[in-house]
Ligand binder design. Sequence first.
Ligand SMILES: *Cc1c(COP(=O)(O)O)cnc(C)c1O
Length: 474
Amino acid sequence: MKTIFEKSNGVEGINLTDEKMDMSFLDSSLIRNDKIGLPQLGELEVMRHYKELSDRNFCIEKGFYPLGSCTMKYNPKVNEFLSVLENFTNLHPLYDDTDCQGALELMYKLQNALKVLTGMDAVTLQPSAGAHGELTGMMIIKKYFEVKSEIRRKVIIPDSAHGTNPASAKMCGFDIVEIKSNEKGQVDLNALKSVLDKDVAAIMLTNPNTLGLFEENVLEISHLMHENGSLLYYDGANFNAIMGYTNPKLMGFDVVHLNLHKTMATPHGGGGPGAGPVCVTSALKEFLPAPVVDFDGQIYFRNYDIKHSIGSVKAFYGNFSVLVKAYAYILMMGKNLKAASENAVLNANYLKEKLKKYFELPYDEPCMHEFVLSGEKLKCENGVSTLNIAKALMDENTHPPTVYFPLIVHEALMIEPTESETKDKLDEFVDVMVKIAKDAAINPEKLIKAPHTTPVKRVDETLAARHPDLKFQG
Ligand SMILES: *Cc1c(COP(=O)(O)O)cnc(C)c1O
């Protein structure tokens, strides 16, 4: 496909006025005399160009998108409509509090909703993604021990964790202590006990974990940690599994991040924008980034008076439009958030039971909102790797699941259908996966060369990552 620069055919738009603007007030060195170099095309050609580009993309509106851990649920269009209301988009963050009461009220009520969902006591909406929330949470934990004059340098993280967990803790200056999962895919309590000492600041846990399994011993873990004077950080990326059924507070956590762009239905394919609010217990409230949104009974206001605040982690108060979408979603769903989790878990278990006859299921337990298959047998027997399966799915109008994560499962395929899908759609996915498993035995070559129907075929992933060629050289 040609770029819009190559398609440029010199058609110029109409100048509504022929009068030249008086530029004499500007220094002549600042005035451009040569052409700006933008492509010239008629409106229809421009529209066709961008439509063609968008058609080459894959999105939830086009097909099934079971990207594990990412919660690619349906994002209701009304959220988009509400987030671009002029009274929101024309606001400036430097307005006085009294001139933006509506926006502050919305953020205050969103904070309250997140408190109810997590069981926590205070919230910052500033962080712009899950990983950013992790960093914020770890900074809070670090400052908490500093203020207590306790030196604790270590953070415990299970080997099934998302890579952002150790990265965030390390960025904060902590030393990472990895603990192995046991044969059930859960935190090994003995491994935990063996590394627990007075130098441990915290544990970072994802529950349900990245295998889609609920940590059965979470209460014992929180008891052990607190007895040791350590804190518990909850990676809330998998919150879609538990809404309204339980919460991190009941499990004994002290700090939680939520990925609003995952659980609360705001679009996040292609990397953003997102929001990763952090919720904490009352003991950690005085450490939150400033400002938080407060209410004095009369007006909503930005509260900068936070005793041990770690400072700001983002300009102003985060990605406001994402907050609007998430709040709209929460209001719209109400008590049905619980039903969303229920259906997400049901859908995942349905797929798991259907697919385990064709692919290995390393941890054969009832799962939460997602599960992890292994493609190792197909690879050994037919030379068809998990990567090949992912590429073959693209030929079937299906987004591949998350692959090669978590690292503890060989040839991992991490599948999360979400609550949005119908049984028919799930059955279609099963058929496609079964077809791929059968093709692997009959015609492995076809899969190894997939995809065959997408606009872009196999890319050299190493080259694409190491030497990205992103600039059009006209
Ligand atoms: C997505 C995810 C993260 C990181 O969240 P971002 O919003 O992508 O920064 C962390 N942990 C888990 C388990 C995740 O799935």
